[in-house]
Each structure stands twice: as structure tokens, then as C-alpha cells.
Design a protein around this ligand. Structure first.
Ligand SMILES: O=C(O)CCC(=O)C(=O)O
Ligand SMILES: [Fe+2]
Length: 351
């Protein structure tokens, strides 16, 4: 029997191959561009002015924001504008180093550099780790649990100086904010900061984030940061104006509705983490958020302000009553954070 394909069979093969190629490239394109088609609603979050002298009214606005959204903008926060720009500049310089140079500072514990796809914040929606690289800086005084890693001064002469200066300023802003959050929870304003309080020796982790613009071709959505709520107490986030951050206000409802969070020039985006939700017996909420790929390169800088690692987080007296008993057992802050962080990194390596 003659096995040479007939003229018609040949054309049929070419036609099928071209159709398959078209379907594949259309799928890839639609995954990469779904950010633009899917959700263009943006959320107007409450604006909190940290410089206001009316602390009672500010605390009451914070209470409302934390009950309704778990997110708000913080303006007049006292962090030097030029310093913040310098941090973004230094961050860009670090992330543009060759990978082998960055890997010399690969994370030990949770401090240092983590490359693309090292972390997966939501393994239920994507198997590939998030498309971001990060650098974590912990408490400036090294101890046996935290040893910071710094790029060499020959490579980046001002890096450490700029990061340390920013760390101190943003930590001090976070503590000022925590006294208003205490008032918002009907506690004394020094509740968190007083001797023996959660922020007496706070754990502050500064996280530099870089989302590369080009994602490469993939059949699966590769998020900048997949859906998650932060683990700890309060996050103060500075963004560079490139969009991508979205929140989902109702984390238990399906389908999830995602709304864009716009950048506010000079302001921080503040959000609460799961530890704060537990502490407040769900009076305050930790809200699901993610960073979508937009095709544009993006930088952001987060400070995670968390209790000292030995602190026991248990339901606040102002947030429970006979009719509303504690919903969660007490936890040790350090153990809780360690478990959550370990899970996010091992999910990525399994993926
Ligand atoms: O980069 C952002 O806008 C958000 C980062 C974030 O959610 C995180 O690091 O937990
Ligand atoms: Fe986050």
C-alpha cells in the first residue's frame, strides 16, 4: 500500500497543526493579559493621617477601616520622602546584579535573598512559585536567631546605610501607628509598646520585592504574588506606582471578587495580618491580596511589624465576652510565623 500522504492529507495535517498552535498562543496571551480584561474596578480605601492631633477621631477611623477592609492608606507618616526614593534606587541596584552575585546572599533563616519562584503564597491556585525576587532584612542588632546579610560595600557602597536608616524610620512609624491601633481596639495606647508588650522588642522584617515585567510563556497563570493574607500583625507597604496589587474583601465567598488597590503618592498601604485577626477575635480582619502580572516591572517595599518571638498572642480582653468567646487558642508569635513562612517556601519547592 502506498504510504505517501495524498495532497489532501498533507493539507489537513498543516491545517490541524496551525489550529493547535493558534489555540495555544491565544491561551497564553489571554492568561498573561487577563489582568487587563478581568478586573478594572479599583477600591477606595480610607485615608488615615498619622500627623493628626485628634487621636480619638483617628483611632475611630482606623477601627472602621480595620473592620471593613483590613487595609487603609497612611499619609503624613513621617518617613523621609527622599529616603524612601533612595531605598527604591538601592533596591533596583541590588536586583539588577547578576543572579550568581545575588545568590551569594541567599536566604539563611528568613534573612537575605530569595530568587524568582522560591516562594508560593497560594499553592491551591498555582503550582509554580511566585514571579518575584525578594530580599529580607531583620532586626538591625544581630543575635543568634537573626543574622542579616549585606551586599559588599565595593559593589553597593550606600546600600546598608540607606536600608538601616529606612528600617529605623519605618519601624518608628509602625510603632506610632500601633498606639492608635491599640486605641482603636479600646486598649491603652501603650498596650503594644509597654514593657513586656508585644512590641517591646518587636520583630520587624523589611522585605524588598522585585517583580520582573516579562514573565515568559506559560500555560498557567504565574502571579507576581499569589493570593494570601499576611501572617503577622501590621504591614506597611510602599509601592512604586506600577499597578498589580488587588484585594478580595470576602475571603470566604466564591467566586472571589478582586479589586485594584491604587498607589497613593508618598503614602503607605497598611494592612493587617492573620495574627492581628486572631488577637482581635476577628473584630479586625486580615484581608486576602495578590499581585497580578501586568507585563511591567514593579518594585515594592514592605515592613512586617510583628511581636517579639516569645510573645504569646491570645484573644484581647476588649474583643471577647460571654456572648463572643475566644475563637482561637493562644499561640507563640515566633512559632506561628516560622510555620507559615516554612510552608510558603516548601510549597514552592514542591511545585
Ligand atoms: O508588592 C506588593 O504590592 C504586595 C506584597 C505583599 O503582599 C507581600 O509581600 O506580602
Ligand atoms: Fe502580602
Amino acid at each position: 500500500m502506498d504510504s505517501t500522504p495524498t495532497f489532501l492529507q498533507g493539507w489537513l495535517r498543516i491545517y490541524i497543526a496551525a489550529t493547535l498552535l493558534y489555540i495555544r498562543s491565544w491561551r497564553t496571551l489571554s492568561i498573561r493579559n487577563q489582568y487587563f480584561f478581568q478586573m478594572m474596578e479599583s477600591l477606595s480605601l480610607p485615608l488615615i493621617d498619622l500627623s493628626s492631633s485628634d487621636r480619638i477621631s483617628t483611632a475611630s477611623s482606623i477601627r472602621q477601616a480595620c473592620m471593613d477592609y483590613g487595609f487603609f492608606y497612611l499619609i503624613n507618616h513621617g518617613v523621609d520622602k527622599q529616603l524612601l526614593e533612595n531605598v527604591f534606587d538601592e533596591s533596583r541596584k541590588f536586583f539588577s546584579l547578576p543572579l550568581e552575585e545575588k545568590m551569594k546572599l541567599a536566604r539563611k533563616g528568613y534573612l537575605g535573598f530569595a530568587p524568582l519562584h522560591a516562594e508560593n503564597l497560594d499553592s491551591s491556585t498555582t503550582s509554580k512559585g511566585d514571579s518575584k525576587e525578594t530580599f529580607h532584612i531583620g532586626p538591625l542588632q544581630d543575635d543568634e536567631r537573626h543574622v542579616n546579610q549585606w551586599p559588599s560595600e565595593d559593589l553597593l557602597p550606600s546600600w546598608r546605610f540607606v536600608m538601616e536608616k529606612y528600617y529605623k524610620q519605618v519601624l518608628s512609624t509602625g510603632k506610632r501607628l500601633s498606639s492608635l491601633i491599640a486605641l482603636a481596639l479600646n486598649l491603652d495606647d501603650d498596650f503594644f509598646e509597654k514593657a513586656g508588650g508585644a512590641l517591646d522588642r518587636p520583630l520587624g522584617v523589611l522585605r524588598l520585592l522585585h517583580y520582573p515585567g516579562e514573565m515568559g510563556v506559560s500555560d498557567e497563570v504565574v502571579y507576581g504574588a499569589s493570593a494570601h493574607s499576611d501572617y503577622g500583625m501590621i504591614t506597611l507597604l510602599a509601592t512604586d506606582g506600577v499597578p498589580g496589587l488587588q484585594v478580595c474583601r470576602e475571603k470566604l465567598k466564591q467566586p472571589r471578587i478582586w479589586e485594584d488597590v491604587n498607589h497613593v503618592k508618598g503614602g503607605f498601604i497598611v494592612n493587617l495580618g492573620d495574627m492581628m485577626e486572631r488577637w482581635s477575635n476577628c473584630v479586625f480582619r486580615s484581608t486576602l491580596h495578590r499581585v497580578m502580572p501586568t507585563g511591567k516591572e514593579r518594585y515594592s517595599i514592605a515592613l512586617f511589624l510583628d511581636p517579639n518571638e516569645d510573645y504569646i498572642v491570645e484573644c484581647l480582653s476588649s474583643c471577647c465576652s460571654e456572648s463572643s468567646p475566644p475563637r482561637f487558642p493562644p499561640i507563640c508569635s515566633g512559632d506561628y510565623l516560622r510555620d507559615r513562612i516554612t510552608a510558603a517556601y516548601s510549597e514552592a519547592s514542591n511545585g
